[in-house]
Design a protein around this ligand. Structure first.
Ligand code: ACO
Length: 312
């Protein structure tokens, strides 16, 4: 019977059906989704921190309003994604516990520091740009609740990417020499970590094959990375910055850009918890959770009081 259910499931996947929360699914499919969606949710929430760091220092009211909205959007994305993961039978407490105890992964990119205001523009341009490249195909993920959450997330990410690029354009076109240098310095620091966001090379990606087979991932890590490089090179030219890779050049035969070797040791060090800001990020998250304990207690007490009132 198990085999029959499996075959029926595979047939639905092959037919391009969406799988819904109450449908039967193989345990490994469920586990893979919980893993990916919860990591994705954690990334959104931890991703609020590097940028949140600049809200009080944004140079104008307009930039501050944009940044506030963007950071709030990331919080919202985290909440939709936790909800999507909850439909698979995992609780939010379990997921948060895994994050706070350091067991859960979140995107490597958020373990790098935001040193100057230009970092905020570059995060919008490169980091949110890479996120969109990776996330648009997830709108067609075989698991319905995840796919639907991704549609709204991608719309908002696209605004995030544009606001970042636009703020860099202003600095590069109207800025002083020092401001332009600040943009170039931020690009130098964020370029390689942005390429690492797509994950290990396909040959070193243990989960890709099965996730592609199940339509959880629609494009491989290397395919998405290549698309990102190809899309970003002309944007860098228009902006007037150099991407810090001497091996980056157009390959007329492949009709794609060649690019230099990624430092995978750095990637695994950061994923393993030893990047420049891992300890700080996790510490900030745990403190925010602990500081919010009284709000959760008050909300529960209020709900209990309302429930007793309703009974009386
Ligand atoms: N940072 C941290 N961990 C990573 C990263 C990264 N950039 N890339 C891969 N990993 C981890 C994987 O989670 C996996 O670990 P696990 O098996 O313990 O879960 C391991 O490295 C091996 O990688 P893969 O086999 O390639 O894993 P997977 O098939 O899940 O692909 C990917 C990784 C591409 C990140 C995929 O999970 C994905 O598309 N996730 C959804 C998008 C997302 O999470 N984006 C977050 C950043 S964008 C943002 O939040 C704004």
């Amino acid at each position: 019977e198990e085999q029959q259910r499996n075959e029926a499931f595979e047939a639905r996947i092959d037919a391009g059906d969406f799988i819904e929360a109450k449908d039967w699914m193989p345990e490994h499919y469920r586990k893979t989704l919980v893993r990916q969606i919860s990591q994705h949710a954690h990334s959104e929430i931890v991703g609020m921190l590097p940028e949140g760091n600049w809200i009080t220092r944004a140079p104008t009211l307009k930039r501050k309003a944009i940044l506030l909205a963007k950071v709030q959007d990331e919080g919202g994305h985290g909440l939709y994604l936790y909800s999507a993961a909850e439909t698979l039978g995992t609780s939010r407490d379990q997921m948060l516990d895994a994050l706070h105890s350091g067991k859960a992964k979140y995107s490597s990119i958020f373990n790098y520091p935001t040193l100057t205001w230009a970092d905020i523009g570059v995060i919008g341009w490169l980091v949110d740009g890479a996120a969109i490249m990776n996330q648009v195909p997830l709108c067609r993920c075989s698991y319905g609740p995840y796919a639907r959450a991704m549609i709204r997330i991608c719309r908002e990410e696209s605004f995030h990417q544009r606001q970042g690029y636009e703020s860099l354009l202003v600095m590069m076109r109207e800025g002083t020499a020092a401001q332009k240098a600040m943009v170039q310095d931020a690009v130098n620091r964020w370029w390689w970590p942005s390429l690492m966001m797509f994950g290990p090379a396909d040959k070193d990606s243990p989960n890709s094959e099965q996730s592609m087979r199940w339509g959880i991932k629609r494009l491989t890590n290397d395919e998405l990375r290549q698309k990102f490089v190809d899309a970003t090179v002309p944007q860098a030219e228009l902006l007037g910055v150099t991407l810090p890779d001497p091996d980056l050049k157009w390959n007329a035969q492949r009709e794609q850009h060649d690019f230099g070797a990624i430092d995978w040791e750095e990637f695994w060090r950061v994923v393993g918890g030893n990047g420049p800001c891992n300890t700080e990020r996790l510490g900030t998250r745990v403190k925010a959770w602990d500081d919010g304990a009284w709000v959760r207690e008050a909300a529960l007490a209020h709900a209990r009081k309302r429930a007793t009132e309703a009974q009386a």
